[in-house]
Design a protein around this ligand. Sequence first.
Ligand code: DMJ
Length: 449
Amino acid sequence: MPRRAALLVAAALGCTAPADDAAVVVEQVREAFRHAWTGYVEHAWGHDELTPLTGGSRDWYDASLLMTPLDAFDTMLLMGLDDEAAAAKRLIFDSLSFDRDVPAQVFEITIRHLGALITAYQMDGDQRFLALAIDLADRLLPAFETPTGMPYRYVNLRTGAISDSINNPAEIGTLILELGSLSNLTGNPVYYDKAKRGMRAVFDRRSPIGLVGETIDVVTGDWDRTASHISGRIDSWYEYLYKAWRLFGDPDFRRMWEESITAVNRYLPDARQDGYWYGHVDMNTGERIATQFGALDAFMPALLALSGDVDQAVRLMESCYRMWTAFGIEPEVLDYTTMDAVYPGYVLRPEAIESAYYLYHFTGDPRYREMGRTMIDSVLTLTRTEFGFAALASVVTREQRDRMQSFFLAETLKYAYLLFAPPETLDFDAVTFNTEAHPIRAFGPDARQ
Ligand code: DMJ
């Protein structure tokens, strides 16, 4: 049997191969992607998501915005799944419209749809992707009409009606890569300027010790919750400060990043005998208020490594892996002093595998492929269903939940694939991944705004 065919058979049978056989893992991940995509095609075609236990579909709003096919499109291109990519593309151009009377979450639609459209345009070249991106971004702009410049959380895509003034640094700050890229692609600075103004407004409200809080009122500019950490509601705020500097070369972002990461590394780390963690503190005093770390926090080793702090990244990655292996698969939130799962679910998140990919890229140490192999094996085994892959209600009981978010195809399987694929599959240095794993190609020396 030819080697490729043997690998495919091994993958389909779920055979475990030696850790150094990267090609086997690559085929296992491609097979997993095809399994999930086939489930979507057969049971959820035209909808946002497949429901993987019941073989049905789910939409985020009253109208489908084709979240899964759009989010998954560039993964198909990277995996060489040309037929699947062609089908997704046809579906997108036949039926995706943003002219919908629905309140869309600005952050989610930006990182998933806008990010996907920009990368699709850069990788595929079809102008219709760019036209959709411009249409979507124009519909998001009313969200920024606030006294502070920080956007509302929701905007109605048809009417421009805004809602939910209590936003957070992650949702305010994780828009610049997508909107800024659109400014570069169109020559229209409005997108970059709005996103940057919102970020500046958050940064200008940092505490005297340089930290940001968890939620903020975009009308008054007052902090609502003052917990500070790298978990949900703040996480990708830090990611985009650095990546905006990397992608656009704008020195304002470099200054904001350097000041912010200095404060983070001063107050958040919790070096204990049995591990090195980033916990929760009060943004004003730096006093520790919780000893929690979770699946979302596991993006941090990737960001530390990307920004040049490989030593710190290596230490934190060991903790992420410890969190994973303590349960055989990572919980959403862990108390690292007791190693108890505070929130025991696993929703197919990518961050720990993403960090293993970055660390393998920067160090070449096979340990990160070994970690990746363990994590990928458990995800593909414990979450697989007849129709796709399902979140776990609990990593302790392993009970499955009827949800397969689009980031499983956009991110989790993409990073799993890239960790084992030959480096020429994607030129890491030529791209900046948005927080949904859409690799945005650099714009060259004219990128500075
Ligand atoms: C994704 O939508 C993005 O990675 C976001 O930054 C965090 N949440 C999910 C994945 O966990």
